[in-house]
Design a protein around this ligand. Structure first.
Ligand code: PHE
Length: 336
């Protein structure tokens, strides 16, 4: 009887030509309700002598079936892989896939080059909060409570009484409190103004503030640093002019204009036909600000500037609308 069963099982196994049918065969013999399993269950009802002999025989049969299935499986799997390989065609002459490289945003590129220039001149690079207190954004900078810059038109106030910084200048007072003078530092970052947007205005834009605190600081130091900055960023000689400018936190205050890099001063829409672009407000730090920074203005002096990074980016890459910068449009970023 055992021989007959083995014969039958081996036949089933040999006829299974795929892994799926082989599995079915396995289940039909060895599964929970398989034929061999059922025979093994019946052993319980036999007399002890008979049970022992038949049990041994059935277990031997089981071992042989398992072995036969394992051997058959090797062959079936190999055949399936071969069939798959034959069915697929590989054409090594087809062009490959070129991975798309990411690009740095033009703002990042310009911030990197600004940081590079100032690091070489021994400046710290600092990062200050975008949500500020009224003190650091205004009072500490000698901007009195009735100054028009405090008008809610320009400032985004937060519900907790703080605000989104309207410029990077709050870092001036913070840096004086954080660092031991003499020191030099720049702090680039985002600033926010509640303004209607157009080609040259955004509610969110970038500035980089520069501050040097030392003894006997003059406008000449300031100008030298700013010329080094501009020639470094543009990679060529630039022409500038200095006009008086008013900011409550500097005295004297200036506006530094750059000869338009788009039209070389001939007049174009970017410079509004004037040949000059307002780029760098700056000046010597007001004694009140030095005092708010915790320093003695009779000992320490400084210069500060607030560079419009967004505008610098537009100049360097000749971008005609500031709204591209934060548009999130990849077609824009991929050009740089
Ligand atoms: N914080 C000023 C602004 O955003 C610019 C500025 C910075 C002017 C430093 C003078 C000195 O308009």
């Amino acid at each position: 009887m055992m021989d007959k069963l083995l014969q039958e099982a081996l036949e089933h196994i040999a006829n299974a030509s795929s892994t799926a049918t082989l599995k079915e065969v396995e289940v039909s013999w060895l599964g929970k309700k398989g034929r061999l399993t059922n025979l093994l269950k019946e052993l319980g009802s036999l007399a002890p002598d008979e049970r022992k002999a038949k049990g041994q025989a059935l277990n031997e049969l089981k071992r042989q079936i398992i072995e036969a299935i394992a051997n058959r499986e090797l062959a079936v799997v190999q055949a399936e892989l071969d069939a798959q390989a034959m069915g697929e065609r590989l054409d090594p002459t087809l062009p490959g896939f070129t991975p798309k490289a990411g690009r740095l945003h033009p703002l990042t590129l310009v911030i990197d080059s600004v940081e590079d220039v100032f690091e070489r001149m021994g400046f710290h690079i600092l990062d200050y909060p975008e949500a500020e207190t009224e003190f650091f954004n205004f009072d500490g900078l000698n901007i009195p409570a009735d100054h028009p810059a405090r008008d809610t038109q320009d400032t985004f106030y937060l519900t907790d009484g703080n605000l989104l910084r309207t410029h990077t200048s709050p870092g001036q007072v913070r840096a004086m409190r954080d660092l031991k003078p003499p020191f030099r530092a720049i702090f680039p970052g985002r600033v926010f103004r509640c303004e209607a947007t157009d080609a040259s205005h955004e509610h969110t834009f970038h500035q980089v503030e520069g501050l040097m605190i030392d003894r006997n600081v003059s406008v000449a130091h300031m100008l030298h640093s700013m010329m080094t900055l501009l020639t470094g960023v543009f990679g060529r000689q630039v022409q500038v002019r200095l006009r008086p400018g008013f900011f409550p936190f500097v005295e004297p205050g200036f506006e530094l204009d750059l000869r338009c890099m788009v039209c070389d001063g001939a007049g174009c829409p970017v410079c509004k036909q004037s040949g000059w672009v307002e780029l760098l407000p700056c000046g010597l730090v007001h004694p009140n600000v030095i005092r708010h920074g915790g320093l003695d203005p009779s000992e320490w002096e400084g210069w500060a500037f607030g560079l419009g990074l967004s505008r610098l980016v537009m100049m360097r890459y000749q971008i005609d609308d500031i709204r591209w910068l934060l548009s999130g449009d990849l077609r824009f970023v991929r050009q740089f």
